[in-house]
Design a protein around this ligand. Sequence first.
Ligand code: TA6
Length: 275
Amino acid sequence: ICEYNGIKIVRIIHEAAEAGISLHGGHLVWFKPKGENDVIWLSEKAEFDTAKAIRGGIPVCWPWFGKVATPSHGFARNSEWTLKEHRENDQGVIVALTLEDSDATRALWPHKFNNVLTFEIGASLKVSLTSTNTDSTPWHFGGALHSYFTVADIKQTHVTGMGSQYIDSTQGGKHEEGGEQLHFEQEVDRVYTQPEDTITVHDAGNSRKLVITNSGHNSAVLWNPWAELSHSMGDMADNSFETMVCVESTLNKPDSITLTPGESHTLTTQVSVSR
Ligand code: TA6
């Protein structure tokens, strides 16, 4: 564990891969399988500040996705998680963090819960968020594993597997229908409601594909802020939108999943590199 601006980061160095996980937010900040370029994008202007979410990596949005309540994307990405377990084998390293309700979380969301966030780090990366209702009444939640991926050049990148039905957040939530191959020429902020379980980012500039497999989700979000929005964001360098794309394993509505006392739900995302 190393510390940066008061933020503790678990550094993983294994023959198969290297990774970093911030306990602030339970936030994976880098992942690099052996012999590969970085897979996960981290803003060069990311602010490691315990009052904020880190720009880039894999923010954990929970127990809601988006601006439906305060704080935006939920409180999990701003909370301090606890390192519960780490073990390794020839394939890689498994790290588990936990987040439970506290006075601070119950002031924002009045329910008791236990979240276990497991990172399987090796030739591929798998992130699993298991949420359990430890309360005496049912509650519901939404959220996302809001992965930022590195690409060589967004203009030479396309994405397949998102499905055709989407809600366009750049057009006030208009329902739209789109094509199979998605290219980027402007801001894209879409909730795809019938994605395939496997989504591929074709990163032509790096001559590679990022193969993303999700489960436990009900939608997948695709986001690139493009020039104007990224210029307005203090924690993104002006042209850095050119090297990133978010593909998210999402529970897009705040009542996406209902858990009765004792019940659990797992949301996952997995990424591997293929040529
Ligand atoms: O997932 C897409 C999105 O919800 C966008 O609307 C955009 O705002 C982005 O997430 C980043 O949100 P943040 O709160 O981290 O600035």
